[in-house]
Design a binder for this molecule. Structure first.
Ligand SMILES: C[S@@+](CC[C@H](N)C(=O)[O-])C[C@H]1O[C@@H](n2cnc3c(N)ncnc32)[C@H](O)[C@@H]1O
Length: 437
């Protein structure tokens, strides 16, 4: 892949997607001001866009802001090279639907579900434990922060045992964008809160959590203990060192993308040993409950067999960056998603109708309007993220009801893929041999 050197963003985009970068979006991304890992990220985005037949007219202010502002805070470089524990409640609801849809035969003992790289605070594992009260759920992560500071608006920061700042997560609905815009200042403020609150802690017991509060800000020690319930336990371990444990289902979301091909293969080999015969392994990447792509493996005769690769229709939308989210070159899931999206976008009558309908719904729900210049224009006032998520899910439900998922599956079927709608309501294909590890 080429290097960015002194190329300007607009020229680079045109190189991949064709001429006509719109004036009103020029200057939104300044490549020289971005870190080398973000610059490389953008190169991979453009390569994936080209593969997936993404049109230049899909470019919009939200996409550009994600590329220049959000991505730098997601990449490990922003967190001292650590994989950030980013997660959010409800993120894997559809994957829980997928598991619920499997109708596992009655078992001798209790079903075990392991969420590997569950993130922190482990809210998605807690969701799953709530959803499957008869299962025993384990959340595994190599790092559970020892201390968490929640400031008054709910933004939080994680600290290790030595009180060293690790990570913060902010909610855009409550002024979070300003926190991401000034990561140094945010870190300093959280460090100060930690300093103020730490002396109030009294308890030495490592088996229970302790919360102290001042001026509405909270410090919680051993916060992980707050999430344990009758059917939910946490194990602090690297997946490569996980002790004896055999599960019916293992989920590993938003973890594999951070690793190179060879390490992924090693990790798959290790995870396989923790699956029971016929057990399922779900590995993939998604946004906050949206724009998912994942592979489902099943253990058969001591081997992992790849059952399906699935993705949600919303990966074909415009107000998203998750389909382009990769950390390494040639990310196999992202490449396969691009290939399949490309097939769908190249079907002229389907794609014209689908795009037109999508534009109508984007306008109807107040996201943006496609104007006569062919580009999407956004209102002055930005939609709040919670509003965005709610309207976005309504929009894609409407697209589903209009039959576009079924339409996409038919196109993939005609293009030679074995394709179907899976139990999460996503588009699934039997992956071509060699496409995924
Ligand atoms: C981006 S978070 C994903 C959290 C959650 N699975 C989700 O999808 O919302 C990735 C998490 O994987 C954990 N992780 C990365 N490599 C790991 C490994 N080798 N073993 C266990 N956990 C790992 C990190 O500590 C981090 O908390």
């Amino acid at each position: 892949m080429e290097t960015i050197k002194e190329t300007c963003f607009e020229t680079l985009v045109e190189k991949f997607l064709g001429t006509g970068f719109p004036h009103h979006l020029s200057g939104a991304v300044s490549l020289p001001d971005l870190s080398p890992d973000t610059q490389n990220f953008i190169l991979r985005v453009l390569d994936l866009m080209k593969r997936s037949r993404y049109s230049l007219t899909g470019f919009n202010p939200a996409l550009l802001r994600w590329l220049s502002a959000t991505i730098p805070s997601i990449l490990p470089g922003a967190w001292g090279g650590r994989i950030p524990p980013i997660t959010v409640q409800g993120r894997h609801r559809k994957l829980d639907d997928y598991v619920a849809g499997q109708n596992f035969p009655p078992d001798q003992g209790q079903n075990i579900f392991v969420d590997i790289g569950c993130g922190f605070p482990p809210v998605t594992t807690a969701d799953t434990a709530h959803r499957f009260p008869d299962w025993q759920i384990y959340g595994v992560d190599r790092s559970f922060a020892d201390y968490v500071v929640y400031e008054t608006r709910g933004h939080y920061a994680c600290f290790n045992q030595e009180g060293e700042f690790l990570y913060f997560q902010a909610f855009l609905d409550f002024g979070g964008r300003a926190l991401y815009a000034d990561p140094k200042g945010t870190k300093n403020r959280f460090n100060q809160l930690f300093k103020d609150l730490f002396p109030l802690l009294r308890n030495d017991d490592t088996l229970v959590s302790e919360t102290v509060e001042k001026d509405g800000n909270k410090l919680i020690h051993h916060h992980i203990k707050d999430f344990e319930t009758d059917n939910l336990r946490f194990i602090k371990s690297d997946m490569m060192d996980l002790g004896p444990m055999v599960a019916k289902v293992i989920r590993c979301m938003n973890v594999f993308l951070y690793f190179t091909h060879d390490i992924k293969k090693e990790m798959l080999g290790q995870i396989k040993d923790h699956l029971e015969d016929n057990g399922f392994l779900i590995i993939g990447t998604n946004g906050f409950g949206i724009q998912s792509r994942y592979a489902v493996y099943q253990k058969e005769s001591d081997d992992l067999s790849l059952r399906e690769f699935a993705f949600s229709l919303d990966n074909l939308g415009h107000i998203t960056f998750i389909p382009w989210l990769t950390i390494h070159e040639n990310d196999p899931e992202a490449m396969l998603l691009a290939e399949l999206s490309g097939k769908i976008r190249s079907h002229p009558s389907f794609w014209i109708q689908c795009s037109r309908h999508l534009d109508q719904l984007l306008e109807y729900h107040g996201f943006c309007k496609r104007k006569t210049d062919g580009f999407l224009h956004f209102p002055e006032e930005e939609m709040l993220p919670n509003d965005f998520l709610e309207k976005n899910s309504m929009l894609w439900r409407e697209m589903q009801e209009k039959g576009y998922i079924k339409g996409a599956v038919d196109i993939l079927g005609k293009a030679g893929y074995d394709a179907w709608i899976n139990s999460a309501g996503d588009i699934a294909v039997r992956p071509p041999i060699g496409a995924l590890p």
